[in-house]
Design a protein around this ligand. Structure first.
Ligand code: ADP
Ligand code: 5GP
Length: 223
């Protein structure tokens, strides 16, 4: 059991397995292993929901519509931008990616935490809107290992692998601005670290203040 502070009501006992309404953001260079780790952690930790982004990128052979992304055309994406459907969106490596607005009802009353797999530009935008997302950066053990993972994944040309590596070099400098950094060497250890971070964040004594600030952010800046 853990305790969730409720203003005016003292401490209320809550099942630790539930989320508390936090927003987690995980960023990493493409190919580091975000998808692999998130699949595992979401299975292991109840109350954690993956925020499925929209993208103009084509699906990879093992990717499923809705499970991995909502795959849409450029014109559909553009219409969604014009209709203000995204919490944030960005262009990454020549494609556009957008985070749909989370279901506020779920965040506020159903004990759900959201986890967003978005790049560093997106993380900054979300931080400006909601104040205190929990930022987690995932690093590959080295650029050499990242190159091997990209090649083994088998979806990119050698040209694209080189492009991704050059972008990874720049991107990894942003890790310093994140609250947590995990090196994805062994999957088991990285999953354990990610799980531990989420559980620890759910138990922080100031969670109620974080939630209030985040909600004010949604309501004031986001409508
Ligand atoms: P991302 O979602 O960050 O682009 P993926 O989860 O698709 O990355 O992982 C890229 C490739 O690396 C996949 O083939 C995956 O199986 C592999 N991989 C992920 N984590 C590890 C790890 N810790 N050790 C070895 N291979 C890994
Ligand atoms: P991939 O094409 O490898 O799935 O993702 C490429 C990059 O886009 C990754 O860094 C991933 O985190 C990022 N990304 C995925 N969805 C979103 C999104 O909705 N917004 C932003 N800003 N980046 C995203």
């Amino acid at each position: 059991m853990s305790f969730i502070y409720e203003k005016g009501f003292g401490f209320k006992r809550e099942m630790r397995e539930k989320g508390v309404g936090l927003i987690f953001i995980i960023s990493a260079p493409s190919g580091t292993g975000k998808t692999t780790l998130l699949r595992e952690v979401i299975q292991q930790l109840p109350g954690l929901q993956f925020s499925v982004s929209f993208t103009t990128r084509l699906p990879r052979p093992n990717e499923k519509e809705v499970e991995d992304y909502h795959f849409v055309s450029h014109s559909v994406f553009q219409k969604m931008v014009e209709k203000n459907k995204f919490l944030e969106w960005a262009e990454v490596l020549g494609n556009r990616y957008g985070t749909p607005r989370p279901d506020l009802k779920k965040l506020k009353s159903e004990g759900i935490d959201f986890i967003l797999d978005i790049d560093t530009q997106g993380a900054k935008k979300v931080k400006n809107i909601i104040g205190q997302p929990v930022l987690i950066y995932l690093l590959p053990p080295s650029l050499k290992v990242l190159k091997e993972r990209l090649i083994n994944r088998g979806v990119d040309s050698l040209e694209m692998v080189k492009f991704r590596l050059a972008s990874a070099r720049r991107d990894m400098q942003e890790a310093e601005g994140y609250r947590y950094v995990i090196v994805n060497d062994s999957v088991e250890e990285a999953v354990e670290k990610l799980r531990s971070i989420i559980i620890a964040e759910r138990c922080r004594s100031n969670t109620h203040l974080v939630l209030e600030e985040n909600r004010r952010g949604w309501e004031e800046k986001d409508g």
